[in-house]
Design a protein around this ligand. Structure first.
Ligand SMILES: Cc1cc2nc3c(=O)[nH]c(=O)nc-3n(C[C@H](O)[C@H](O)[C@H](O)COP(=O)(O)OP(=O)(O)OC[C@H]3O[C@@H](n4cnc5c(N)ncnc54)[C@H](O)[C@@H]3O)c2cc1C
Ligand code: FES
Length: 263
């Protein structure tokens, strides 16, 4: 099926600080908002003057409300710094929605696990799981370095139980978020996760042990976001007909079944 993708001049509705280095921007973008699915992303033009920075930046769809969608982003460099300076009434060019998002499984229990800013694509996923399977159970696990890095816990409250962990023990479980997952005792569960690769690799191994399906949302550097430049190639698990195989995270993903990435 052809994927609908647009370049849309989106009108900034708000751009608010969420914590010391993280912002939520809401934009009016009717075409992208209408077709975007959980786990898909947009390429944001951050060019302020002239063409700099030249390349758009990939950011996941965080939430959708009618003709508006929002992005939750952490300021790490020049592009996200420029995004943080955008004001109500500015226009920003958005390309999207891009990539293959999460596949909502038919299991009775869904576990969503975010590490750091990796929590961003899971809010809209929780909303759509709740809408499409009202009787299913949703557990949300969030891990961060410390309590000031824990994001948006209140937003998940309508969708299910939330447990948090911090590396320094300042809030919730003292340790890694994967340790919370290993404690869940349930049979028929699907896990959806986004965060640092080492975290997702451990989560994939726990899921393999418990026989849970696991979908991982990968992050790589991206230039085009549309499968044209090979900038996002990632070596997938195992050999295929005797040769190593690379995937394009932007087009084949960013969401993959975990066993495609870590065998
Ligand atoms: C599919 C996808 C979805 C994403 N969703 C989100 C999101 O919802 N919220 C969010 O805050 N960020 C998200 N990111 C990461 C975001 O794209 C980068 O943080 C952003 O492009 C950095 O741009 P910059 O110009 O501010 O920083 P740059 O100046 O380009 O880089 C600053 C630093 O960040 C590192 N960096 C940049 N991009 C990446 C990357 N993709 N992976 C790992 N390190 C990187 C650079 O190596 C450098 O050290 C996503 C990335 C991908 C691929
Ligand atoms: S970013 Fe260009 S091929 Fe994926």
């Amino acid at each position: 099926m052809a994927r609908l993708q647009y370049i849309e001049d989106a009108l900034v509705q708000s751009n608010d600080r969420v914590n010391h280095d993280t912002f939520e921007i809401v934009v009016n973008s009717p075409q992208i908002s209408k077709v975007a699915k959980p786990g898909q992303f947009v390429m944001v033009s951050c060019a302020k003057t002239g063409n700099s920075p030249l390349l758009r930046r990939p950011i996941s769809i965080y939430d959708i409300n009618g003709e508006n969608f929002s992005l939750l982003y952490k300021v790490v460099g020049s592009g996200t710094e420029i995004m943080s300076e955008m004001s109500i009434g500015d226009t920003v060019s958005m390309l999207g929605p891009l990539g293959t998002g999460f596949n909502i499984a038919k299991t009775k229990h869904h576990c969503l696990i975010g590490g750091g800013i990796g929590i961003a694509p899971l809010l809209y996923l929780a909303r759509i799981i709740r809408q499409s399977t009202p009787d299913s159970k949703i557990t949300i696990l969030e891990g961060a370095r410390n309590s000031s890095e824990l994001l948006i816990q209140d937003k998940f409250q309508p969708f299910g139980e939330m447990l948090v962990s911090t590396d320094d023990g300042s809030e919730g479980h003292h340790g890694f978020v994967s340790e919370l997952l290993d404690r869940l005792s349930t049979e028929n569960m699907t896990v959806y996760t986004c965060g640092p690769n080492p975290m997702m690799e451990v989560i994939a191994a726990i899921c393999r042990k418990h026989n849970w399906d696991c979908q991982v949302s990968m992050e790589t550097h991206m230039a085009c976001g549309m499968g044209a430049c090979l900038g996002c190639s990632f070596l997938r698990a195992g050999e295929h007909e005797g040769v190593e195989k690379y995937v394009h995270v932007c087009k084949d993903g960013p969401v993959f079944n975990a066993e495609e990435i870590w065998a």
